[in-house]
Design a protein around this ligand. Structure first.
Ligand SMILES: Nc1ncnc2c1ncn2[C@@H]1O[C@H](COP(=O)(O)OP(=O)(O)OP(=O)(O)O)[C@@H](O)[C@H]1O
Length: 238
């Protein structure tokens, strides 16, 4: 079997007195969209930031394509791109200039990378406008495009559609759904149950630092004899 994109094993994390993660374990397979879903404060961002090598591992083991995030962070960084929930672009650059700026950090033909980004962002001639003039939805599309235009093996996306209207959220979801290939994976977080049901091959329901249920969304719904994922979540934490 192919090496997992991600393995998280018994991950614990504490911030002072707050126990944010209490033994979280899951894997993400190549080609898979995996969603961590749960309420505010469940530990989603903490998990994603640990995988992205931005936080130390408290306890447990975390690997990305077989590389340990603490022992080999540079190996991990070569394979991933991380889009934080609160990411911004540079106000004085146009959308295209921002994509050019990002493309220069990565291998590959920068022109081809930028063209891919322009196509993914799908902002028509507004790609030439300064990003300070973008709406929230336009900015998010640009940032998502800049994240996946470099074709990382693993895209880690924190709340990719948070705060967006229905149309922009749908556009972002479609971009994400189109991204994985045989060897490319997506790990995303969301508190939107409908979103993960639409997007994800498998999900982990995270609550108070623990995964309370895991599997394909339909299987979880069936397991709890629920109408939808929201109801299944409430059953799982009851
Ligand atoms: N830098 C920090 N210092 C102290 N506590 C923190 C810090 N970052 C997160 N926490 C705490 O850790 C827990 C998990 O937070 P985290 O941000 O990982 O949750 P989340 O599921 O991403 O939430 P949200 O959906 O609101 O973004 C929360 O109790 C939070 O208050």
């Amino acid at each position: 079997m192919a090496e997992p994109a991600v393995t998280v094993s018994a991950l614990e994390k504490r911030y002072g007195d707050v126990q944010a993660l209490r033994g979280v374990s899951f894997t993400v397979e190549p080609g898979e969209i995996y969603g961590l879903v749960g309420p505010n404060g469940a530990g989603k961002t903490t998990t994603l930031r640990t995988l992205s090598t931005l936080l130390t591992v408290g306890d447990g083991d975390v690997t990305v394509f077989g590389a340990d995030v603490e022992a080999e962070p540079n190996e991990v960084r070569k394979r991933i791109r991380y889009l934080p929930e609160d990411a911004g672009s540079y106000d004085n650059l146009s959308g295209r200039q921002y994509l050019e700026f990002v493309a220069d950090f990565y291998d590959g033909d920068p022109d081809a990378t930028v063209e891919r980004g322009v196509e993914i962002a799908d902002l028509a001639d507004r790609i030439e406008s300064k990003t300070s003039e973008y709406s929230k939805g336009m900015t998010r599309k640009l940032l998502l495009a800049s994240t996946i235009m470099t074709e990382p093996d693993l895209a880690i996306l924190d709340e990719p559609t948070s705060g967006l209207d229905v149309e922009n959220a749908r556009a972002i979801r479609d971009i994400i759904k189109d991204f994985p290939g045989a060897n490319r994976s997506v790990l995303l977080s969301s508190h939107n149950m409908l979103e993960v049901q639409y997007l994800c091959d498998r999900i982990g329901l995270l609550n108070e630092g623990e995964i309370v249920a895991e599997g394909p969304p339909e299987e979880i719904i069936e397991r709890y004899d629920a109408e939808n994922l929201e109801e299944a979540f409430l059953e799982a934490v009851a």
